[in-house]
Write a protein that binds this ligand. Structure first.
Ligand SMILES: NC(=O)c1ccc[n+]([C@@H]2O[C@H](COP(=O)([O-])OP(=O)(O)OC[C@H]3O[C@@H](n4cnc5c(N)ncnc54)[C@H](OP(=O)(O)O)[C@@H]3O)[C@@H](O)[C@H]2O)c1
Length: 520
């Protein structure tokens, strides 16, 4: 059993007892130019409860003293001295590098990282455990299993493969390898597409995962910050039975869904993790096909997949069929079921400005101007139309507005004529006003009227220029955060069967877009 073996190796204590704890360990990488800083970070991490660190001695810029780094170390460490061809900083010659590695073994390092091509020439000695590693900064090769087999012959305690990926299907191959391996194996696909392999390693039996000291100081592409791995993904609670959820988008880094859903899963003590999956448009079909192998139970769907995902659904609710877009999918046995919470999320957020008796009621006779004709506008315009509002669409690219208006049987105006409409409800469904362009607004203050309902979809910042000016004029406003958290709460309900924690999600999102970012 790979995970059991890992427990044995990492602690020397009975494997069955420590299976859960040890296979969910985070190893934090330290790459500093000076001994003083390396030692200080090592100490700090140990105080934070970190059980293993990797000291990247190739980063040390002064005369290297392994004795100094290893003396009185506050928690076990891996000594790694990476050459430049493997993504390292080592600038001296290869003989000197191998001498460093041999010295680290003699000095009693807990682990030593030996690349596949040199491991055969450096024998096991003392108590130092051997991590045999393979790096590939071009791609994830087809013959992963053959490479792994070769590495297993080099007397490893742990095998580590780190390969650059351009396709989500590499993640599946890599994690399959980790799961099947007889020797404890860490399989990492590098790059943003590969981030799921870092988060899900423990589920598939990897002895530990690597994380960065700080998200701004990653030592490998796609590396996640330590506190994010611990507090957002709750890596230490991920095990073989953890159910996987996630968001598919391209790009995916800006998505707040991992934060909102992981916070909510954690609060509800659910054995579920929510992972960012960067899926390029032309990889969607294969990704959906492979979801069961990663134990994926549900997905939030973002740009550019909301329309295309329909082709892969076996069932969809009426709203999805009407709108022609899904933002949530569930894997239920053999069925792939689509939902659209953008629609209800918007309705609920809009209803917050109405008195109780008006909530959910028709909007007959009210003009609703929707700015933008993209993904979210579709759900918003449908929502307003279903409430019998007189919907008018304006989009920078007028053709997009025409296509949507044709489907909905509503009006359009040219973008430059949007100020000629005097709406009762104004919705900004463009990115205008979004960070960092906070001085932009989709409409000038002089066109806002007291009592008008102004609904924003941009949530970073929450107080966009549009929201600020609308408040000054005396409009009734709904911020993008209110739309976003209601949307996420409804997705949470689909994923768990429990009501989504709107309050908790709101607090998490506000904190995340404040000065302290969620990934720090
Ligand atoms: N609060 C939430 O829950 C939530 C959820 C999803 C999205 N959003 C926000 O909603 C906004 C739109 O998202 P989406 O998914 O609909 O995006 P999208 O599909 O890319 O559509 C964006 C729309 O905005 C228009 N646009 C873009 N830049 C513009 C500019 N500089 N001036 C005028 N119009 C511009 C686009 O026009 P062209 O066709 O000419 O490019 C298009 O009509 C984003 O800002 C996003 O942050 C919020």
């Amino acid at each position: 059993m790979p995970a059991g073996r890992a427990a044995d190796i990492l602690t020397g204590i009975e494997p069955t007892v420590l299976h859960e704890r040890t296979s969910t360990m985070i190893c934090v990488c330290i790459g500093r130019g000076r001994h003083k800083h390396t030692i200080a970070e090592h100490r700090y991490l140990a105080e934070q409860g970190v059980q293993l660190v990797e000291l990247r001695v190739d980063y040390i810029r002064t005369r290297l003293s392994l004795k100094r780094l290893l003396a009185d170390r506050p928690c076990p460490c891996i000594i790694t001295c990476r050459r430049q061809q493997d993504g390292g900083q080592w600038s001296d010659n290869e003989d000197a590098r191998q001498m460093v590695l041999r010295t680290a073994i003699v000095e009693g390092a807990d682990y030593i990282d030996l690349e596949e091509d040199i491991a055969g020439g450096i024998p096991r000695y003392g108590k130092t455990k051997r991590i045999i590693s393979y790096h590939n900064f071009r791609d994830t090769p087809d013959d992963l299993y053959e490479i792994h087999q070769r590495m297993c012959k080099l007397d490893p305690d742990i095998v580590k493969l780190a390969t650059l990926t351009h396709r989500p299907s590499d993640n599946v191959r890599m994690l399959r390898l980790v799961k099947d391996a007889q020797v404890p194996t860490i399989g990492i696909c590098m790059g943003e597409i590969g981030t799921p392999t870092r988060i899900l390693g423990g589920k598939f039996g990897a002895p530990f995962t690597y994380a960065a000291f700080h998200p701004d100081r990653t030592l490998a592409p796609g590396q996640v910050g330590y506190t994010q791995m611990r507090d957002i993904y709750r890596y230490d609670s991920i095990g073989p039975d953890t159910e996987v959820y996630g968001v598919i988008a391209d790009p995916v880094a800006q998505s707040m869904n991992p934060l909102l859903h992981n916070v909510a899963f954690g609060e509800a003590c659910l054995n579920k993790v929510f992972v960012p999956f960067r899926v390029p448009r032309d990889e969607l079909a294969e990704f959906i096909r492979e979801c069961p192998e990663l134990d994926i139970k549900g997905l939030a769907v973002e740009i550019p997949h909301k329309d295309d995902v329909l082709k892969h659904l076996s069932k969809a609710d009426g709203i999805v069929r009407n709108i022609g877009a899904a933002n949530t999918i569930l894997f239920e046995g053999r069925e792939v079921v689509g939902y659209n919470t953008d629609f209800r999320g918007f309705q609920d957020a809009m209803d917050t400005v109405f008195h109780e008796e008006e909530r959910g009621r028709p909007l007959v006779g009210r003009v609703a101007l929707v700015l933008g004709a993209g993904g979210i506008s579709k759900a918003i315009a449908h929502s307003l139309k279903r409430r019998d509002a007189d919907v008018v669409l304006a989009s920078r690219t007028h053709e997009r507005a025409l296509v949507l208006a044709d489907k909905l049987r509503c009006r359009t105006v040219q973008w430059y004529e949007r100020t000629k409409i005097e709406p009762d409800i104004l919705v900004n469904a463009t990115p205008l006003g979004m960070h960092p362009n906070v001085d932009e607004s989709p409409i000038d203050a002089k066109y806002l009227r007291r009592g008008m309902i102004v609904i924003e979809t941009v949530y970073n910042p929450e107080q966009t220029l549009l929201i600020k000016t609308a408040r000054e004029v005396g409009c009734r406003v709904v911020t993008g955060i209110e739309v976003a958290v209601r949307n996420a709460a409804m997705q949470f309900e689909h994923f768990t069967g429990q009501p989504g924690p709107v309050e908790l999600m709101r607090t998490a999102l506000k904190r995340a877009i404040g000065p302290a970012k969620w990934n720090e």
